[in-house]
Write a new protein. Structure first.
Length: 174
């Protein structure tokens, strides 16, 4: 059913065309039903996109933390370690500190340094026999504590990052 249009002059002399306000619009109910159906779908899609964005953000942080931790192994460690501190513990603490500074609780983070050739074996960064060998830095965090949407316990998942680096540094000579 088409609504009737009437032209009305306004104070400035312009003519505006608007629907007849006296006539009831039979589409009001249909619009309300359409909104009731479409609004939850749009809300769910919007929340899903926000959640996916948060997942990608945390994954990017894990990759950056793993890279910065592994990069430490390529540096000359003289003067970088506190007395009694090992290269492994400094790498782990640096990764956890970086993630904590970005809002991820360090208690939820697991960092492991593994041998690239034997991923089940730990890798000793200070062993001279491991000089110029490949190692892996694994960073894991449970996503459940960071989720915006409610997730049942046990239904969460773990975000992981793995980066392969070479232990040691090349000496530059003239």
């Amino acid at each position: 059913m088409k609504s009737k249009l009437r032209s009305h002059p306004n104070r400035l002399g312009f003519v505006s065309v608007r629907p007849d306000l006296q006539q009831s619009n039979s589409r009001d109910g249909a619009v309300a039903v359409e909104l009731a159906i479409v609004a939850p779908v749009l809300l769910a899609m919007t929340l899903g996109m926000v959640e996916l964005t948060a997942i990608f953000d945390v994954q990017n942080l894990l990759e950056t933390a793993a890279r910065e931790g592994a990069r430490f192994a390529t540096l000359d460690k003289e003067g970088l370690l506190k007395p009694g501190e090992t290269s492994h513990s400094k790498l782990v603490n640096d990764v956890k500190t970086f993630l904590a500074s970005n809002g991820i609780d360090s208690q939820d983070v697991t960092v492991a340094v593994k041998d690239h050739e034997d991923p089940d074996a730990d890798f000793d960064l200070e062993d001279p026999n491991n000089e110029f060998r490949f190692f892996e830095v694994h960073v894991l965090v449970d996503y459940l504590p960071m989720s915006f949407t409610p997730v049942a316990d046990g239904d969460g998942f773990t975000l992981t990052s793995k980066l392969v680096f070479r232990n040691g540094m090349a000496t530059i000579t003239e």
